[in-house]
Design a protein around this ligand. Structure first.
Ligand code: SF4
Length: 367
């Protein structure tokens, strides 16, 4: 693509006048120099809007028991090929306490989706006790799927303040191709509204590069993020899991292409929504050893180091080739600090790391 044309598109992105077609052109870039120009433009926007800082969310994957059956997911209910686990409350609290002592500022509680009372009470207790043990200092993000309006409100009242619920795709037809018939696109969208009503900072995200998804779909996803006015994004490349109905759906899985597509999606999202939080997902690192660093250099600003005890990690594989299964939380921390420093970024400790986007919305509400 001609340098001057690309530059004009990138300028329009910065000036917030870019069209759907402009973003479509960006997501379709393949030339190495063009891609570098895209990543650099997105990185610059990130530095201007959220700084060259990395925010941490220590993930605690506390259970792989799930009542859903998403066709792409390794821990779907119908996959009987591995052992299910559920951490005790003490184990969850120990991980959270470690994060607090290491000054992480924030943790993310994630698990398979359950809506029974025992589960809801368990999460509520964990949230309350994490708040107590950290003197209210540790921020808590939840990623526990579709729940009732009441449950979201209860967990918010207990002390959680951010919630990540990925839509996976904003195209309803494609959504159906990823899920069994009893999974509802409308309900998922409704849940995003309930989360906002309950007071959470709301995050969503999509799977990037799954079968039948087009570039138009991906740009529509970014438009969906804007329409929902989300505060944070957690998205990653689609990676097949062998024990799912969707495995082998590509004739040949091209890891490099998938990785590049995910980086382009991060960069385009940063250009479209300059002051939100965007995670460099672990899945990026599954496809490329320095994948998360590349994600940061393409516009992401959040990393989610795994705090889950190593004895459980290989039982929480949503996709194949998940990295860092043998490294304990301390090893992860050292490794991460080195990786982030190498690219000239700095980890911010002891802060919740809320997005400027959220703070801006709060301010508008008050004014
Ligand atoms: S994607 Fe989430 S809800 Fe779906 S099967 Fe996997 S863990 Fe369960």
């Amino acid at each position: 693509m001609k340098n001057i044309e690309l530059q004009s598109i990138l300028n329009r992105c910065v000036e917030k006048t870019a069209s759907f077609q402009d973003f479509l052109t960006l997501i379709g870039l393949t030339n190495k120099d063009d891609l570098s120009a895209l990543y650099q433009a997105a990185y610059q926007v990130k530095v201007n809007e959220v700084g060259n800082f990395v925010r941490l969310r220590g993930i605690i994957e506390f259970s792989n028991i799930c009542n859903k059956d998403c066709l792409y997911c390794g821990i779907r209910k119908s996959n009987a090929s591995f052992e299910r686990f559920k951490m005790s409350k003490d184990e969850v609290l120990q991980s959270a306490e470690w994060a607090y002592e290491m000054n992480y500022g924030s943790v993310l509680l994630q698990a398979g989706e359950r809506v029974d009372d025992e589960f809801i009470d368990f999460v509520e207790d964990c949230v309350k006790e994490i708040k107590l043990l950290s003197d209210n200092k540790l921020g808590i993000t939840l990623s526990l799927g579709e729940q009732s309006r009441d449950t979201y409100a209860r967990w918010f009242a207990a002390g959680a303040h951010r919630y990540l619920l990925r839509i996976e795709t904003s195209n309803e037809e494609l959504y159906k191709s990823l899920h069994p018939n009893d999974h509802s696109f409308d309900n998922r969208k409704k849940c995003l509204g309930w989360l906002r009503d309950a007071g959470y900072q709301v995050g969503t995200g999509v799977m990037i590069g799954f079968p039948r998804q087009s570039d138009e779909d991906l740009i529509n996803d970014i438009m969906f993020f804007k329409e929902q006015d989300v505060d944070m994004i957690g998205m990653g490349p689609y990676i097949e899991h062998p024990d799912t109905p969707m495995s082998n759906s590509f004739l040949e899985y091209d890891a490099k292409k998938q990785h590049t597509l995910a980086l382009k999606m991060i960069a385009c999202t940063r250009l479209a929504m300059p002051n939100i939080n965007i995670a460099a997902s672990t899945a990026l690192q599954a496809l490329d050893q320095t994948g998360r660093e590349k994600g940061l250099l393409a516009g992401a600003n959040v990393i989610m180091p795994n705090l889950t005890d190593t004895k459980y990690r290989d039982k929480y594989k949503l996709y194949d080739g998940k990295p860092c299964l043998d490294e304990n939380a301390s090893q992860c921390r050292l490794c991460l600090e080195g990786r982030v420093a190498k690219i000239g970024e700095k980890i911010i400790y002891n802060e919740w790391g809320d997005s400027p986007h959220f703070k801006q919305r709060q301010k508008h509400k008050r004014d």
